[in-house]
Design a binder for this molecule. Structure first.
Ligand SMILES: *Cc1c(COP(=O)(O)O)cnc(C)c1O
Length: 354
């Protein structure tokens, strides 16, 4: 190994779900929304003045942060935006987790948290979820360098009630608590209402799932003025122009159409209930989902086998070969037609295997 190679930062990167592009495929592996963004977004896209693109975007993304503040009824200085919530979360890890004590997040959760912790050399511990994949709130009572909770959690789909979240924050007044709410619009209640009470709470959300805009990369966070200022200081020390002009503009458009947003999320939750019922009939079990995916295990067919069988039929779901969850499939809720195709393939396969 040459001298310079010894100085390379060694990291094991996060592995996102694959993005295959096969004609006729059904893609249920990365929790994208099957419906298009609000109609206003398509119209605004056509109106984009390409001449504007020669200029740098507004580094504060003021138009978008102000619109988010008005939409969610928080102060203009209580909003931070980034390139997807991954950017917001990464920035938050870098900004808030500088203690010698380990930060805490569950053993089964979004698999980017340990990647950021490793990248930024943040010590961490992963308290085990219980046998039903529920948080044991007492695990978060000990001294620590910070807490990160995805609520609803991924890939389990489980939502913990707000009083559990409040209890964890209440017991962690000496560190920053991050609540990652990527899926909260599918049936949970946001902890954003708690930022007035707790100035150490950061609530992170995204346009990627409930607003059908994963490709635009828009994430945001709510927190006290102090937290948001600290995040911005770090952001401006790294890259002033994280949000591009088009994302800022289209993000604002998406927020204008509350009715469309509510219609889309309610279609997904309706499809989810129906599919849960049908999966149960086929011998699957799963926790109650408050997300746009179902975390399912079958009574006698191993998950990996089903994952492969579905792939053969060009149906992509997510499978994690990891301790405790390697017999589960994470299935994104798509359109009714997509889910019918999934159920049909599963039914035939299970029938053959009996
Ligand atoms: C999808 C997801 C994110 C990241 O979403 P972005 O596309 O970066 O906004 C963050 N946390 C969880 C738990 C997710 O599932």
């Amino acid at each position: 190994m040459s001298a310079w190679e010894k100085n390379i930062r060694k990291v094991v990167p996060y592995v996102p779900g694959e993005q295959p592009n096969i004609p006729g495929m059904i893609k249920l592996n990365t929790n994208e929304n099957p419906y298009p963004p609000a109609p206003g977004v398509a119209m605004a896209l056509q109106d984009i003045k390409t001449d504007r693109l020669k200029l740098y975007p507004d580094p504060t993304a003021k138009l978008l942060t102000d619109t988010l503040a008005a939409y969610y009824k928080v102060g203009k200085d209580q909003v931070f935006v980034g390139v997807g919530s991954d950017d917001v979360l990464g920035m938050a890890f870098l900004t808030f987790f500088n203690s010698d004590r380990p930060i805490l997040f569950p053993d089964i959760t979004y698999s980017f948290y340990d990647v950021w912790a490793e990248l930024f050399s943040i010590p961490y511990e992963r308290p085990k979820l219980d046998h039903n994949f529920r948080i044991r709130k007492e695990d978060y009572y000990k001294k620590n360098g910070g807490v990160v909770i995805a609520n609803p959690n991924a890939p389990t789909s489980i939502y913990e009630e707000l009083d559990v979240v409040r209890d964890i924050i209440e017991h962690n007044q000496d560190c920053v608590v991050i609540i990652d709410e990527a899926y909260v619009d599918f049936g949970g209640i946001s902890a954003a209402c708690l930022i007035k009470e707790y100035d150490n709470l950061l609530v992170v959300q995204t346009f990627s799932k409930s607003r059908s805009m994963a490709g635009m990369r828009i994430g945001y966070a709510f927190g006290s003025e102090k937290l948001i200022r600290a995040l911005n200081d770090v952001k401006y020390s790294y890259n002033s122009y994280t949000m591009n002009q088009t994302s800022i503009h289209l993000g604002v458009e998406a927020l204008k159409d509350r009715a469309y947003f509510e219609e889309c999320t309610s279609m997904i939750t309706k499809t989810r209930s129906r599919v849960m019922w049908e999966l149960k009939e086929l011998g699957f079990s799963f926790p109650d989902s408050k997300t746009n995916f179902i975390f399912a295990t079958h009574e006698f067919i191993p998950a990996e086998e089903l994952y492969t069988a579905l792939r053969e039929e060009k149906i992509f779901v997510r499978y994690f070969k990891k301790p405790r969850i390697d017999n589960y499939l994470r299935i994104t809720v798509g359109t009714d037609k997509e889910m019918d195709a999934l159920i049909k393939v599963l039914k035939e396969y299970i029938h053959k295997r009996k």
